[in-house]
Design a protein around this ligand. Structure first.
Ligand code: NAD
Length: 296
């Protein structure tokens, strides 16, 4: 049994912390929301009152927080993880954050002689609860090797993407591609319909032709062809347009700093920002179909 401090028990963190507790680990649960901590205790974790209480006896610290600023504060703040963790503690940040912050925090950890990786996830709330997440990890081979047994409990696929920050790179590049092909798929289905070709017939043809892609065959944004897709339940999420916009913004920030041309990534961010402006970003990200076909 390993003592694990788990900080950030929101939609994702609660499922992940529960799975670690279920597998027999001693999980010290911390969140600024009292309600979230109560849920974690019900799921078998032990409540922690503050960062020191959570991490001082922990062998592993796992964080699942909203953004880079939270991660920097939780680790590097005056009363943060670095100030209170014991020697040898392994640190795993599973939040989706900007590449620069991930590299900065892991750099500080290394400077203080701690091993740390970035390990953002895909698979959503369902994957977190079921323990079937995909982890994309950045950091040294040694730190990754130590983290893997814990990630295996929370996920199904665990990848080492290279040096510190490369997990975040894999995550934002994948989600930028997802945003782009989702919008392209919406455009194709909308045009087909306007030209008199129904969604099911177009799906039958294109899903076995060169236009085939994941947004079409697993998550079709046109109602009908894929039974389990959010388009068949009025675009209730799933993965919200707001979360897609967050990831597209992270991709654009990274593209600017790397001087990489991402013209379609830029367009995708602008289109999802229109969902936000229309206050429809709580819909599933495939709900961008409504923007494209004029029914938003
Ligand atoms: P969430 O907002 O539900 O949870 C974040 C939790 O962190 C909240 O409970 C909040 O109270 C807590 N928190 C914030 N600041 C804190 C602090 N200083 N100390 C302790 N707790 C603090 O978010 P989520 O949906 O669980 O997502 C978490 C991360 O995972 C994000 O980076 C998100 O981009 C990423 N992610 C989410 C999904 C998804 O489908 N929800 C999928 C993949 C990745």
């Amino acid at each position: 049994m390993t003592t694990i401090a788990f900080i950030g028990l929101g939609n994702m963190g609660i499922g992940m912390a529960s799975n670690l507790a279920k597998s027999g680990h001693d999980v010290r649960a911390l969140d600024i929301s009292e309600e979230a901590v109560v849920r974690a205790v019900t799921a078998g974790c032990v409540a922690a009152r503050h960062i020191q209480d959570a991490v001082e006896k922990a062998d592993v610290v796992i964080t699942m927080l909203p953004a880079g600023a939270h991660v920097k504060m939780v680790y590097g703040g005056e009363d943060g993880v670095f100030a209170h963790a014991q020697k040898g503690t392994l640190m795993i940040d599973c939040s989706t954050i900007d590449v620069a912050s991930a590299r900065e925090v892991i750099g500080s950890a290394t400077h203080k002689d701690f091993e740390m990786i970035d390990a953002p996830v895909s698979g959503g709330v369902g994957g977190a609860a079921a323990g079937t997440l995909t982890f994309m990890c950045g950091g040294t081979a040694e730190a990754y090797g130590r983290a893997k047994p814990f990630l295996d409990i929370m996920g199904k696929n665990v990848f080492h993407a290279g040096d510190a920050g490369n997990g975040q790179v894999a995550k934002i590049c994948n989600n930028m591609l997802l945003g782009i092909h989702m919008i392209g798929t919406c455009e194709a289905f909308n045009l087909a319909e306007k030209l008199g070709l129904d969604a099911q017939t177009f799906y039958d043809i294109s899903s076995t032709a060169s236009g085939q892609n994941w947004s079409m065959t697993s998550y079709c944004p046109a109602p009908g062809p894929v039974e389990s897709a959010p388009s068949n339940r009025d675009y209730q999420p799933g993965f919200t347009a707001a979360m897609m916009l967050k990831d597209l913004r992270l991709a654009q920030d990274a593209a600017t700093s790397a001087r990489a041309a991402t013209p379609l990534g830029t367009q995708s961010e602008a289109l999802y920002a229109l969902m936000e402006a229309a206050e429809k970003d709580g819909l599933d990200f495939s709900g961008i179909m409504k923007l494209i076909n004029g029914s938003l």
